[in-house]
Design a protein around this ligand. Structure first.
Ligand SMILES: NC(=O)C1=CN([C@@H]2O[C@H](COP(=O)(O)OP(=O)(O)OC[C@H]3O[C@@H](n4cnc5c(N)ncnc54)[C@H](O)[C@@H]3O)[C@@H](O)[C@H]2O)[C@H](O)CC1
Ligand code: K
Length: 516
């Protein structure tokens, strides 16, 4: 499903009305009716239910006026509070003139001394409908608005946001002060702010409703952002026919490991097997080879020459390059160590190979030492940074990364012609073509040591089975999130560990493929 920013939504709105000739008032009527439909689903009867609408003077408020009219027809007891000194215009004005003739009390919210009545009315209300601002919200919330929002948020009742919770930046999901809704009924397409953190925590349940904008119109716009959906993920996982053999499902090489960090390689390799990789090999410092081989006998191991135990010798580079022969995918970085001398190993690998390479963990830290080594790549390169690693790569703070996850991932991917998987709540996948995919699955259970190694192994495994890199990466990220959700339900969000995520892979794979 496409996701849009406010400018894109406004453009869709403009084309629908100006070029396709769909009257604005029709879209507004549809929008209002759909909100009423969602409210009706939550009550057996709306008769005499107290419903308070807090509305601005733009079209979001106009939608609210439509909601008020229909709820009034259903017998609800309606009150409206109107924010702002402006006058309603166009379709909103038409709806306002109708509402004025109905048995609906309309109060102003222009001064601090109106707040007392608002507080009093909300005390006994069953539902608050938030139609203050939608996609037309710009800049910041004033202190007065902040007080209004606080009064609304302090009220314990069902809060329904029209299109987006007021105060939320539809493009970034950030807010200074924002309505905390239980339900957001958003029109035509989800807005970015509703699907990325912290916007997700303000929006509550998000219902995307059709208001009559033709899908042909939306498709013609070539929107570059999408939310991943289960259906496409299912189709990305290749069927296994009776005649298949291990050679059909890729041979993954994991390069990494160091003294004390052997587990990272183990986790990546084991998850790769569980995700269906045909063969898995690991190139690791010689001193950890025996332990690793014993811990996972199914894999092939390449011992690398060491300077001191756990630290590679310069001759190891040749050994790594030799181990790449015959492989179909590489994962480099889990537990590798962030030694300056390894930058040239990574550089030479990237200059030589043309098979997909996932650069994770210390591999990303090495890149952060010299990102220019991405200038000379022939292979599909996939970076899987968490926000801290992304910050190091871009030489900015983690807070700055989190403020602008989508744009930063997109820019990095486009600049170097690579895939960027920016991990975190709603992982963002950016492709070399500038496409952005947002992953809806996941759980706090994934916030545990080794979870990234598991994801790297899963991506590596999928790249060995699916030639379309974007599909492979998206499937792995989506399924990793589903595995996290399963762990949250079975083990718990707090007690989870990476091994639990790996154990969940076969279960969620089975579930996903069952109704393919
Ligand atoms: N997308 C569609 O196809 C449809 C959308 N509808 C609804 O319309 C709104 C967008 O309406 P618009 O008039 O452009 O803007 P808003 O109502 O969101 O807000 C404008 C309103 O708010 C004032 N304002 C903006 N920022 C601030 C601020 N920081 N502080 C104070 N006041 C602010 C501004 O001055 C205006 O008065 C969309 O979300 C949908 O809900 C259509 O009805 C159906 C078709
Ligand atoms: K709103």
């Amino acid at each position: 499903m496409f996701v849009v920013n406010s400018a894109e939504m406004q453009e869709i709105d403009r084309i629908a009305t100006e070029e396709w000739g769909i009257p604005e008032i029709v879209l507004m009527e549809n929008a209002g009716l759909k909100v009423v439909e969602e409210i009706k689903k939550r009550f057996t009867n709306l008769k005499d239910k107290k419903i308070t609408l807090i509305l601005g003077k733009g079209n979001n408020g106009g939608d609210g006026l439509v909601v008020a009219r229909h709820l009034c027809n259903l017998g609800a007891d309606i009150k409206i509070f109107l924010f702002g000194q402006k006058e309603f215009k166009n379709s909103s004005l038409v709806n306002y003139n109708i509402v004025k003739r109905l048995p609906i009390k309309v109060h102003k919210l222009e001064h601090e001394n109106n707040l007392h009545l608002l507080r009093l009315s909300l005390y006994s209300t069953d539902v608050i409908v938030d139609g203050l601002f939608g996609t037309g919200f710009k800049g910041e919330i004033s202190d007065f608005l902040s007080k209004i929002i606080k009064i609304i948020n302090d009220t314990d009742c069902l809060k329904v946001a029209i299109d987006i919770p007021s105060g939320l930046n539809a493009d970034t999901g950030r807010a200074r002060e924002c309505i905390k809704a239980n339900l957001t009924v958003t029109f035509a397409l989800p807005k970015i702010g509703l699907v990325v953190y912290p916007g997700t925590s303000f929006a509550g349940d998000v219902k995307v409703v059709d208001i009559g904008i033709p899908s042909q119109l939306v498709r013609a716009l070539n929107i570059d952002k999408r939310i991943l959906q289960l259906d496409e993920i299912k189709n990305n996982i290749p069927e296994r026919d009776e005649n298949c053999h291990k050679g059909n499902f890729g041979h993954l090489l994991v390069i990494g490991g160091s003294l004390g960090m052997m587990g990272a390689v183990h986790l990546a390799c084991l998850s790769a097997f569980r995700m269906g990789a045909g063969l898995v090999s690991a190139a690791i410092p010689a001193s950890i080879q025996t332990n690793l081989a014993v811990s996972l006998p199914e894999m092939i191991t390449y011992p690398l020459k060491e300077m001191v135990p756990g630290i590679l010798d310069s001759e190891a580079e040749e050994e790594i390059l030799a181990s790449i022969e015959g492989k179909s995918v590489i994962v480099i970085g889990p537990g590798f160590g962030n030694n300056e001398e390894y930058v040239s190993i990574l550089k030479h690998i990237l200059e030589k190979i043309d098979i997909p390479i996932v650069i994770d963990a210390d591999g990303i830290n090495l890149l952060a030492r010299d990102i220019s080594i991405l200038d000379n790549i022939k292979a599909p390169v996939i970076l899987t940074p968490h926000p801290g690693e992304m910050a190091r790569l871009l030489d900015i703070s983690t807070q700055e990364v989190q403020k602008n996850r989508i744009e930063l991932a997109k820019k990095l991917a486009e600049n170097y012609g690579i895939w960027v998987v920016l991990k975190g709540n709603k992982t963002v996948i950016a492709t070399p073509k500038g496409e952005v995919l947002i992953n809806p699955t996941g759980s706090p259970s994934l916030a545990t040591a080794g979870s990234g190694d598991v994801l790297a192994g899963m991506i590596g495994a999928m790249l060995g089975q699916q030639s379309d890199e974007t599909r492979a990466i998206c499937s792995a990220v989506y399924l990793h999130g589903l595995a996290g959700e399963h762990v949250a339900e079975t083990v718990g969000k707090i007690s989870s560990k990476a091994g639990d995520i790996i154990k969940a892979i076969p279960i969620i794979l089975e579930e996903v493929l069952m109704d393919k």
